[in-house]
Design a protein around this ligand. Structure first.
Ligand code: SRM
Ligand code: SF4
Length: 556
């Protein structure tokens, strides 16, 4: 066992939190402020919420001696990104009644609502609860939403793998009844013994913990960016087990070379449902016991693994779980993007993938996406599946309803918009950043569409408009839109400035590298133009931009 660490403040808050309750009930009742108490701000994350404030209005409010304009972001728990139509209707109405109205699809297959004031948190969560939705454990030092390759039409084993994601999610849920007590007005029932949590104990994990399952050849979930990545191994259309990879995580801190993004390392093959659940659970217990609880910058599993070594970690999983890994099986991952439009799955149902720029579902003059999705949901003729590329699949449509859905999507401009979206834009992603993210150094989703239009022009100018490259932007080095795993990554360093990273691969096996620092827009465009010209002149046929950049610009 690790030596007794000097605990960080968050560790003390968790342990004193009485099953994540803290003083949240009192904080919610305090009408003198739009905020909650400081310690509760850490605990509320485990309930799926973040306290935020409108950063665009900080100065104006400070000038008027007003407190910041506090509100909350709420994140739903949707394993594998799956949602029933009645749940979509509930979310649509909750978004309209309590939030900014924009429904935001995240890079981890779920939905966030922003701008919810303190007094509206309970009604929002209760609205969700009425359709069996919850926000528990979508944030905080705990296992988050379990990802699963989204598209049912891409694999005959999709349902089986999706079921595994649900089982993993259930196995790693916290045992506290505090959520029901605080948000759903269940009776006060805190009895430490009845809530005994063998996995999380009273300290939870040292840091966030993320799991994803990829169904080859699709790597839409960016499986190696996760603490645990499972790769479904399929032979003759049968699921035979999973390769397991551990230690992925993308964040770094500018100027701190001890922090780094890392892709997960494949350590073996696991067969049998019980064994898979056992191994995943065991990894979480090792991270619980050995992860850094003194310095949160080094608390993710990737640092624990690099400190103790992959071989030690693998042996420790085998010792604790009693399961001996088999040699990892060969697999191929060829695609991370979503293909837009209609696809039919093996059980004859239809699925339509809708492009959503940076995951923001709203109505504009040209495209009434939010209205279209509501109409489809109200008709009860499709489920919804969110992708890790921040898109939505209108899914599980009976053949007889396909024409009706096509008509709704056409009437509201959605299909027309698809026809004009460039290959590069379809594959692009930006994180939230301003105005809600407190960690943003630069803009991302508000700025990226305009920058993308200029990049599209550069590609056209260089005759590269048919190149399918992955470009991602984040407002800081935390990498929420997985910018380190893009062929071209733009990572905010200060307002209006970005580091440019190049050379990640298309499939998600290789991170990009820092190419130029602190570029403003004109310099980004000039640098990319030069890179595109070199690519045009010197790349081999069929060579992707990321692979070319990796050897041409870095001699790798
Ligand atoms: Fe993230 C923190 C948004 C996916 C790494 N992330 C945040 C916060 C909550 C800011 C904060 O701590 O106060 C952001 C809220 C912004 C807002 O206003 O909504 C935020 N992260 C997002 C989302 C919404 C980006 C998006 O536009 O889609 C994604 C929500 C995913 C979800 O549904 O759970 C999101 N975040 C990611 C990913 C991508 C992934 O997991 O595939 C990463 C990189 C992978 C990883 O975890 O290493 C990521 N977010 C972080 C980090 C860095 C963690 C670390 O290891 O240091 C932070 C900061 C932190 O935890 O201290 C962070
Ligand atoms: Fe905020 Fe940074 Fe994540 Fe973007 S990458 S949402 S700026 S924490």
């Amino acid at each position: 066992m690790s030596e007794t660490p000097k605990l960080s403040n968050i560790e003390k808050i968790k342990m004193a939190g009485r099953g994540l309750r803290g003083t949240l009930a009192e904080s919610l009742l305090d009408s003198h402020t739009g905020a909650i108490r400081e310690d509760d701000q850490a605990l509320i994350k485990f309930h799926g919420m973040y306290q935020q404030d409108d950063r665009d209005r900080r100065e104006e409010r400070a000038g008027k001696k007003l407190e910041r304009l506090y509100s909350f972001m709420v994140r739903l728990r949707l394993t594998g990104g799956f949602l029933l139509p009645q749940q979509w209707v509930a979310i649509h109405h909750a978004a309209g009644a309590y939030s900014t109205g924009v429904i935001k699809i995240t890079s981890r297959q779920t939905i966030q609502l922003h701008g919810i004031i303190k007094a509206h948190l309970k009604p929002t969560l209760q609205t969700f609860h009425h359709t069996d939705l919850t926000t528990i454990a979508t944030c905080g030092d705990i296992n988050r939403n379990v990802l699963c390759s989204a598209h049912p039409a891409y694999s005959p084993v999709h349902e089986e793998v999706f079921a595994m994601a649900e089982k993993i999610c259930a196995k790693l849920l916290p045992k506290t009844k505090g959520y029901a007590e605080i948000w759903l007005d269940d009776e006060k029932i805190y009895e430490p013994d009845s809530e005994k949590d063998e996995l999380y104990e009273d300290r939870y994990l040292p840091r966030k913990f993320k799991i994803a399952i990829a169904i080859p050849p699709h790597n839409d979930v960016d499986v190696f960016a996760n603490d645990i990545g499972l790769i479904a191994i399929i032979r003759n259309n049968q699921l035979i087990g999973f390769n397991i990879a551990i230690g992925g995580g993308l964040a770094s801190t500018h100027g701190n070379p001890d922090t780094y993004p890392r892709l997960a390392t494949v350590i073996g093959f696991v067969q049998g449902e019980e064994n898979i659940l056992n191994v995943v659970y065991t990894v979480a217990t090792i991270q619980r016991d050995y992860g850094n609880r003194a310095d949160r910058k080094f608390a993710r599993l990737k640092y624990t693994i690099d400190k103790y070594g992959v071989d030690w970690f693998k042996q420790e999983i085998e010792n604790r779980s009693g399961y001996k890994f088999k040699k990892a099986k060969p697999f191929q991952l060829t695609e991370r993007a979503d293909s837009l439009g209609w696809y039919q799955s093996h059980h004859k149902k239809w699925h339509y993938t809708v492009f959503i720029e940076n995951g923001r579902i709203t109505d504009t003059e040209m495209v009434q996406l939010k209205t279209a999705l509501l109409k489809i949901a109200e008709a009860g003729i499709a489920n919804f599946r969110f992708t890790c590329n921040q898109n939505v699949i209108v899914s599980d449509v009976e053949p007889r309803h396909k024409a009706g859905i096509t008509a709704i999507l056409t009437q509201h401009g959605v299909i027309n918009e698809h026809e004009s979206v460039s290959f590069v834009r379809q594959r692009s992603m930006a994180c939230v950043a301003f105005p809600t993210c407190p960690l943003a150094l630069a803009e991302a989703q508000r700025y990226f569409p305009a920058l993308m239009a200029k990049i599209e022009l550069l590609l056209e100018k260089n005759g590269l408009e048919n190149e399918k490259m992955i470009i991602r932007m984040t407002g800081c080095p935390n990498g929420c839109a997985r910018s380190y795993a893009a062929e071209i990554g733009l990572i905010g360093t200060a307002y209006g400035k970005y580091n440019l990273y190049l050379g990640g691969d298309y499939e998600g096996f290789r991170l990009n590298k820092l190419y130029r620092e602190n570029l403003e827009e004109a310099a980004i465009l000039k640098t990319l133009d030069d890179c595109f010209q070199q690519f045009k002149k010197h790349h081999q046929s069929n060579e992707r931009f990321g692979d070319f950049a990796n050897h041409y610009f870095f001699n790798a």
